[in-house]
Design a binder for this molecule. Structure first.
Ligand code: CP
Ligand code: NVA
Length: 346
């Protein structure tokens, strides 16, 4: 619990950290999705929402980022807070100073801390020792500040969540897949994970999701069978085949080529056009206009990886709306956990 609230909290969110989806109850997850959409409306209509006036926020990044960093910075500024970016070469964390010591110092100066990096234990440790709300901006295991905005995107498109089917296809045991599996199951979205056997999610993550699914009525399907896995989907979701910190491109290209999202795969859903969207957390390898894209073309002769350019630019694609929603969702998370809002029990 954040030491500054002195037990006088106006909402159950105050002082809390978001380290993974499991930091929240399903009701809290639903609340943050709706609050994010509300904050998007306020921003669109130029209605001020400076819930974090005078607060300082530390943004710790061990890995690169476009969307998460920009979201935290712009959301913090629009909430009235001051964000400070602390990149991996700017601070001593891990090299000369432990997580515990760093957390104690940062917590004594900043009101909230975002962390993007490798180990989940680092973000957990920052929360344990800093005494202020800590937000996970992606670790090797989880990406909760992706899930909440993604569920906002689904709700925006369909008007509801319960009963929709989201299919993640690709590296089914990466951070985004884990987070969607658990986050979706919390709010009643059926989650299908479709991946080669060696890239299916761990038993532990599936177990967590199944427990939530029992309560919410969501259906979990874990399979390497593409036809079975994509059938009936409302959202086809994919992510890079090789995540930050990994390097086994050759093996992944070989394993995941059949799992590429192309028009053929979109048709395999059997879903009517107006009930089907394509999602991707981004960045995406849909052409050869990147260094990696060019290198992969030279080495393996493919010009598109996890998604074809055709699907990426198609009428199904919501990837840029999804990207923008990162900001509004992250704003909701920061405002709820650090602001002095009155929020009736979610
Ligand atoms: N989706 C996502 O986390 O993007 P960035 O890596 O650009 O932050
Ligand atoms: N799985 C990807 C997500 C990037 C937003 C990675 O960790 O690199």
């Amino acid at each position: 619990m954040d030491k500054r609230f002195n037990g006088k909290k106006n909402s159950i969110f105050q002082g809390r950290s978001v380290l993974s989806e499991t930091s929240l109850t399903p009701a809290e997850m639903n609340y943050l999705i709706d609050f994010g959409l509300h904050l998007k409306y306020l921003k669109r209509h130029n209605i001020p929402h400076r819930y974090l006036e005078g607060k300082s926020i530390a943004l710790l990044f061990e890995k690169a980022s476009t969307r998460t960093r920009s979201s935290f910075v712009t959301a913090a500024v629009e909430l009235g807070a001051h964000p400070d970016y602390l990149g991996k070469d700017d601070i001593h964390l891990g090299k000369k100073e432990s997580v515990e010591d760093t957390a104690k110092i940062l917590g004594s100066m900043f009101d909230g801390i975002e962390f993007r990096g490798f180990k989940q234990s680092t973000v957990d440790g920052l929360a344990k020792y800093s005494g202020v709300p800590v937000w996970n901006g992606l670790t090797d295991e989880w990406h909760p500040t992706q899930t909440i905005p993604d569920l906002m995107t689904l709700k925006e498109n369909f008007g509801y969540l319960k009963g929709l089917t989201l299919t993640f296809i690709g590296d089914g045991r990466n951070n985004v897949a884990n987070s969607l599996l658990v986050g979706g199951s919390m709010v009643g979205v059926n989650v299908h994970i479709v991946a080669p056997k060696s890239l299916l999610p761990s038993e532990n993550h599936v177990e967590i999701a199944k427990k939530y699914a029992q309560e919410s009525g969501s259906e979990i399907v874990i399979t390497d069978d593409i036809d079975k896995g994509v059938k009936g989907s409302n959202a086809i979701y994919t992510d890079v085949w090789v995540s930050m910190g990994e390097s086994d491109w050759e093996e992944r290209v070989k394993l995941l080529k059949p799992y590429q999202v192309n028009m053929d795969l979109m048709r395999k859903t059997g879903t009517p056009d107006d009930e089907l969207i394509f999602m991707h957390c981004l960045p995406a390898f849909h052409d050869t206009k990147t260094e990696y894209g060019k290198e992969i073309e030279e080495k393996y002769g493919i010009t598109e990886m996890e998604v074809t350019d055709e699907v990426f630019r198609s009428k199904y694609s919501r990837v840029f709306e999804e990207g923008e929603n990162r900001k509004h969702g992250i704003k909701a998370i920061m405002a709820a956990t650090l602001g002095d809002l009155f929020i009736p029990k979610a």
